[in-house]
Design a protein. Structure first.
Length: 261
């Protein structure tokens, strides 16, 4: 195999030899992950080892046979995620790469859906020093990020809201009777709260798009329960949101989408 690694694809170095594709990703902690796919046989191998290649010890190795290339890449990214969280394994030698990228974000953060055909998110940050950083997250990571940002909002800006409320003059106003009136959820966070309090769907069954344009319910018995209560669910989240059942390989999801404005 030619060791020139002439191509760069999606953050991986790539070298081709006939029908075999060899991918390599070198991490800042001196762990290298290789992924080899034989397109003719439909087999692949993923391996993580400590540099230098050939004499470093193997840290993780996947099984050799995969159902398809999607399963192969699932294994590859799982190994990368495991290896990236390890401490430096260079036996006293520091990696030339920066372990932490730090800087002030300039302008807005771009948030786009991923390109792999599954719910995921791509966030692009432009730093003040001119560097651009693109982060790809799984749907679970994106949902967790949204929840953590909600917590930040509660703590970071709560004091400002309290100051603004104190500055408003006190006035006597007639309070209308709203007994029996239930409003439709407005934000994705409101939908999550409604699903838990009214339908008993815990956060373990919930995913969300990074922009909260959709909340996704996965896993049983949560999905079957919502499908059985479709009319009640539609009435509870409408008109701002609407539900739909989506068939995925080997399972069904209930997707609650924000209605077009």
């Amino acid at each position: 195999m030619n060791d020139d690694w002439p191509e760069q694809i999606d953050g991986w170095e790539l070298a081709r030899h006939d029908r075999v594709e060899a991918y390599r990703k070198r991490l800042a902690n001196t762990v290298t992950v290789t992924a080899t796919w034989d397109g003719g046989l439909g087999t692949g191998r993923v391996e993580a080892y400590v540099e230098p290649a050939g004499i470093g010890r193997t840290l993780s190795q996947s099984r050799k046979d995969f159902r398809d290339k999607e399963a192969f890449w699932t294994a590859a990214y799982s190994v990368v995620e495991m290896a990236a969280n390890l401490p430096s394994l260079s036996q006293g030698q520091e990696s030339p790469a920066e372990l932490v990228l730090f800087g002030d974000v300039a302008g807005t953060v771009e948030a786009e859906p991923g390109s792999a055909g599954v719910p995921e998110a791509e966030l692009t940050f432009t730093l003040a020093d001119g560097r651009s950083v693109c982060l790809r997250m799984s749907d679970e990571q994106a949902f967790d990020l949204c929840r953590r940002i909600d917590r930040l909002e509660d703590h970071v800006w709560s004091e400002e809201r309290e100051d603004a409320a104190e500055s408003l003059p006190e006035t006597d106003a007639e309070v209308p009777d709203t007994t029996g009136i239930q409003s439709s959820p407005d934000t994705g966070h409101d939908v999550v709260v409604l699903l838990e309090t009214r339908f008993g769907v815990a956060e373990d069954h919930l995913l969300a798009h990074v922009d909260w344009s959709a909340v996704i319910v996965v896993g049983e018995p949560a999905v079957s329960s919502l499908i059985d209560r479709t009319d009640e669910l539609t009435a509870a989240i409408g008109p701002r949101w609407y539900p739909a059942a989506v068939d995925r390989p080997g399972e069904r999801w209930v997707v609650l989408r924000r209605a077009p404005s």
